[in-house]
Design a protein around this ligand. Structure first.
Ligand code: SF4
Length: 391
């Protein structure tokens, strides 16, 4: 995953109350019954939330660790139990065409449905819920905390949010009532059966396209490429979600110029030239400590190739670079100047280039939270209960 919970103060990621749910005590602990499953003979259940299609025996959990069969029913163990909560710049997700310069209330749980060897948040993504410290934060309180902290949006991030889709949906309902927007930072590994249930409530997404070969997906992420491409096409053709794409370039594994070129050409053909693409730099982590960090020149070359292929908005991330800025594709005027995750200059006028008037695709307007005075007062009062989150 790209949106690392690292680089920020330790205190803001502090996990407060240990939430322990032994597999034998699931029903007693009040964990949430899951969606997207069906019973099978012998007390097993079939989870069809993601393309792994786990068949889970009684007393066991799926590949992602946080969906468990107890007595022939599937439960969502991550519901209302975030393991990491912090305030980030929206540019860190990364989203460059969605409410630029704003803060986003960001949260993740334990577990993941992919097995990426390079995961930057492996301490939570490779953990079960009883191996991480988490807080109990029901959906309405997530929204109140976002308002209290001046965030116009909430991001489901750090681990894979698809696997806690029930919690995501309930937060989206509460957020929509308060005028707060929602963001998925996802690997795109979701089934057709669950896709609209979740994404019909989402305002923006960043989807990791981790490579462009089945070999890479199979060997390095323990999943498959095709379902991720399908998700991108569903987003484009069937939703109003604003989405951007991230490709983490790892030396020797997915950095071949031919692969980068093929990835850019696929985006152009299937999604069009206006979907922003972020090439980001790898740093050694988890099981891939033997690979070097991505040289900046690799990112520069990838960006050049993708723009030559015809994409309009191609960015470089995890390095300091002019490739972080947004330029008008028609007259080349600099529209947004960034330094790392900071917006230093905003030249867009009503979403258009100030020089040639070209409309720049994105979601540029920041709406106010509804009924803001009363809601702000309630949020301030409620926030005191969560002081130990150190937001
Ligand atoms: S969401 Fe989890 S339990 Fe369900 S199919 Fe995917 S990995 Fe398996």
């Amino acid at each position: 995953m790209q949106d690392s919970k690292k680089n920020h103060s330790k205190k803001s990621t502090q996990r407060v109350a240990t939430s322990r749910k032994s597999e034998l005590g699931l029903r007693e602990s009040g964990v949430h019954e899951a969606r997207w499953w069906e019973p099978e003979p012998g007390g097993k259940v079939h989870c069809y939330l993601c393309p792994r299609h786990c068949h889970i025996g009684d007393g066991q959990a799926g590949f992602c660790f946080i969906r468990a069969n107890e007595g022939g029913k599937l439960y969502s163990l991550g519901y209302a139990h975030p393991a990491a909560v912090q305030i980030d710049p929206i540019e860190k997700k990364p989203l460059n065409h969605f409410l630029p310069g704003t803060r986003v209330f960001s949260m993740g749980t334990a577990g993941c449905n992919m097995g990426c060897f390079f995961c930057q948040n492996w301490d939570i993504s490779k953990s079960r819920t009883d191996q991480v410290r988490s807080s109990y934060v029901p959906p309405e309180d997530v929204v109140a905390l976002a308002i209290r902290n001046g965030c116009p949006s909430i991001a489901f991030t750090y681990n894979e949010p698809t696997i806690w889709g029930e919690y995501v949906i309930d937060i989206c309902h509460a957020a929509g009532e308060r005028g707060i927007r929602t963001v998925m930072v996802s690997n795109g590994y979701i089934t057709r059966e669950a896709f609209h249930d979740i994404y019909d409530h989402i305002d923006a997404a960043n989807i990791d396209l981790k490579g462009f070969t089945e070999n890479f997906y199979g060997r390095i992420t323990l999943t498959h490429l095709a379902p991720v491409l399908e998700t991108l096409e569903w987003l484009k053709n069937e939703t109003n979600v604003w989405f951007e794409i991230t490709n983490l370039i790892i030396p020797t594994l997915n950095d071949a110029p031919s692969e980068t070129r093929a990835l850019a050409e696929w985006i152009l053909e299937h999604l069009g030239p206006d979907v922003p693409l972020h090439f980001t730099a790898f740093h050694p982590d988890f099981k891939l400590r033997d690979k070097p960090s991505t040289p900046p020149e690799t990112l520069h070359a990838a960006r050049r190739a993708a723009m030559e292929a015809g994409l309009h908005y191609v960015y470089e991330g995890n390095i300091y670079s002019d490739g972080a800025h947004t330029f008008c594709p028609a007259c080349k005027t600099m529209l947004i100047r960034r330094s790392w995750h900071d917006v230093e200059e905003m030249n867009l006028k009503n979403g258009c280039c100030p020089k040639c008037g070209l409309a720049i695709p994105g979601r540029w307007e920041n709406s106010e939270a509804k009924g803001s005075k009363r809601i702000a007062r309630e949020a301030a009062e409620l926030g005191a209960r969560y002081d130990d989150l150190n937001l």
